[in-house]
Design a protein around this ligand. Structure first.
Ligand code: SAH
Ligand code: SF4
Length: 357
């Protein structure tokens, strides 16, 4: 299988061209054709001589993701895609319209090792990391499918970005490169379940991208039950790492809080949430859980409203924003799970057909 050209940083591309005896400015032209103009075939790289176009075509692939399913929410037009990778594995990404933003929610891994109990991706286990090119390509392909330019990218699809750190950062660099996709670094958010070494590295390296932490509970005992990784990285240490990030980088952090009925959605929990995040400049996204397992369902609308109001009224630093689009099996990993179910059903039907014949 050919390597994807999307895996190459602009420096690596320049090195490749130098080895092929081509001048460095070609790298700029190639980068522009791929990212600014979003060309889907090397043959359309019109600024390049034919010879280089065919050489690139021989050495690299430009698209490796195949769209195999798409669903659109009748409520808010959220579009969710299922892609097949070169080796047959499948991943998801989502387009979320929330005026004036158009947010792409993308995957960083095939599956996830962390087994959060409310999450469909967690049930898959980890199959493999995505390459930088596979991460970037989700953005390029979705951009090609919509009319307006994406305004934000969030790593909130399948996988734990901090456990595929290097590829995620390389992809984010390409997406924010002025001659690459050209999205402002602050508009790219890396979301983590709370991998403390990753947060520390992110802070030490002064990464310009935004950071979100999926807190989801304010008590270690509960958090450990719903997010087993919490046994390794307890809440107090996690919040300390978040505080240091925020202080050193002078940046606001986002805390994600998935509201699950009877588990983390009481007023006492809301109170703890306000107290725990009090010293950290942050905003909080409250997301009613999208049920993937009968044990983990969203609370009533009334409970969600009470929780939001409590937090909203007591902390000036906290702004609440409810994420959209989760109503179309949009929580991460759910379209994948649906597709697997469909496949099994079809297989059964074919097997039955064979028996009848
Ligand atoms: N692994 C990273 C990023 C991917 S998960 C992380 O955990 O942050 C992205 C977000 O989806 C997380 O905030 C997670 O808590 C949330 N999520 C997972 N399953 C969900 C569900 N069933 N309903 C609502 N949100 C969910
Ligand atoms: Fe992995 Fe995030 Fe899902 Fe947890 S919520 S299993 S960390 S993808």
């Amino acid at each position: 299988m050919k390597n994807s050209i999307l895996d190459l940083s602009s420096e690596k591309l320049t090195e490749y061209l130098a080895a092929a005896g081509e001048p460095a400015f070609r790298s700029k032209q190639i980068f522009e054709s791929i990212y600014a103009q979003n060309k889907t075939s090397f043959d359309d790289f019109s600024t390049l001589p034919k010879k280089i176009r065919s050489r690139l075509d021989q050495d690299f692939s430009l698209r490796t993701l195949k769209k195999i399913d798409e669903i659109v929410s009748p409520v808010d037009n959220t579009r969710k895609f299922l892609w097949q990778l070169g080796d047959g594995y499948k991943i998801e990404s989502v387009v979320i319209y929330e005026k004036p933003r158009i947010t792409f929610c993308i995957s960083s891994q095939v599956g996830c090792a962390l087994d959060c109990k409310f999450c469909a991706t967690g049930k898959m286990g980890i199959l493999r990391n995505l390459t930088p090119g596979e991460i970037v390509e989700q953005v390029l392909q979705m951009q090609d499918l919509i009319d307006a330019k994406v305004t934000n990218v969030v790593f909130m699809g399948m996988g734990e970005p901090m456990l595929n750190y290097e590829s995620v950062i390389r992809a984010a660099e390409i997406l924010s490169h002025p001659r690459g996709f050209g999205l402002g670094a602050r508009r790219i958010t890396i979301s983590t379940s709370g991998i403390i070494p990753g947060i520390k590295r992110f802070t030490e390296e002064k990464q310009p991208f935004s950071l979100a932490i999926s807190l989801n509970s304010t008590e270690d005992e509960i958090r450990e039950k719903i997010m087993p990784i919490s046994r390794k990285y307890p809440i107090e240490e996690l919040l300390e790492a978040a505080r240091i990030y925020s202080e050193n980088m002078r940046r606001i952090i986002t805390f994600e809080y998935v509201l699950i009925d009877k588990i983390n959605s009481s007023i006492a929990n809301a109170k703890q949430l306000v107290q725990l995040t009090h010293r950290i400049p942050c905003k909080i996204n409250v997301i009613p859980c999208n049920s993937t397992d009968p044990e983990y369902s969203p609370p009533s609308r009334e409970t969600v409203r009470e929780f939001e109001n409590y937090v909203n009224n007591r902390s000036r630093r906290i702004t609440l924003r409810k994420r959209k689009g989760w109503e179309i099996q949009a929580a991460c990993g759910q379209l994948y799970a649906e597709n697997e179910k469909k496949k099994r059903k079809n297989k059964n039907i074919t097997e039955q057909d064979n028996l009848i014949r």
